[in-house]
Design a protein around this ligand. Sequence first.
Ligand code: PLP
Length: 379
Amino acid sequence: MIYLDNAATSHPKPPSVYKRVDAVLRNCSANPGRSGHAMAIEAARIIFQTRESIATLFRIHDPDRIVFTSNATGALNLAILGLLKPGDHCVTSNVEHNSVVRPLHALSQIGLTVSRVAPTPQAFADAICGRTRLVVITHASNVIGAITPIAEIIAIAHARGVPVLVDAAQTAGSVPIDVASLGVDLLACPGHKGLFGPQGTGFLYIAPHIDVEPILFGGTGSRSDLEDMPDFAPDRYEAGTLNTPGIAGLGAGVEFLIDRGIENVRAHETALLHQLMDGLAAIDGVRIYGPLDPNRKTGVVLFTIDGIDPAEIGDQLDSEFGIAVRVGLHCAPQAHRALGTFPEGGVRISPGCFNTADDIQQAVGAVRQIVKRRSAVLA
Ligand SMILES: Cc1ncc(COP(=O)(O)O)c(C=O)c1O
């Protein structure tokens, strides 16, 4: 099988991730931060080590401001539901994932006002007003891969005193993100995509000056005498037993990236994107959406073929050619509406760090054959 669905979740993982998860499950499955015995202390140390590695990769000063969640959705919900209240105003883009759209929509039912604008600095500048409490922006569209100019949008928001939540689901691990110099206030990341952690991992970075209310309440192993959640991060937001094996695996994934260098990962993905877009563009009837310059996008290519349903293309790629891609709306219906590909959506090919030029050649060849066969039927 050729796996080209890395925008959904990465596969395979670096060998060190499998090893670390296995070792922790076998040897260190105690509850971190709860009991005082040696194995529990070791589990807590492993969790802290992952926080430190993440802090190094993203240039975050204080690792304790990194809160583990189950995925990017958990991180986005914590930031959005923990910050916004009825009567507030929020500015976001019209290409967001449902993990942003749906919590904002839920809050809009009880009095939040939401402006959805194009992902450009000017559109954000025009939409921010005196009541704006938060800007939420994806760092890259999961539908077409277009990278958003977050530095400019953050500067505009900060000039008006508004904090910014960046959804880095499609960029964490493949585009360098320097939290300190960008001044990111909140950064939501999945652990299981470009950071190579297992599924069930993710995190939210909360800058020290941002006061987020917890949305999950329960045991933390700290300040157990209180009925209130502890008032310090990360415990304030991490109720319940953490996913120690998953977080350990995430740590190994992040260490792999630090070792290899994000620039090298990006250069490899950019070369594959070049090859993929050139190959697809040469096939009659194939339409590619989004930027054609690989330097302006992440590892995502969306295309349609005139006269063939995307679902049918995905089925044929999978069942006949053994190629895994994702078709449909990619949990981002607004982005597809803006592209004119709603409601059928499109076919998304998303190469990753471990794909090769041969994988891309086979994918392009398969699409060519699908088109050829359809033309023969119609002739
Ligand atoms: C832009 C974007 N935001 C959020 C998410 C949600 O990520 P998760 O599946 O980790 O919750 C995704 C997942 O594809 C995404 O692409």
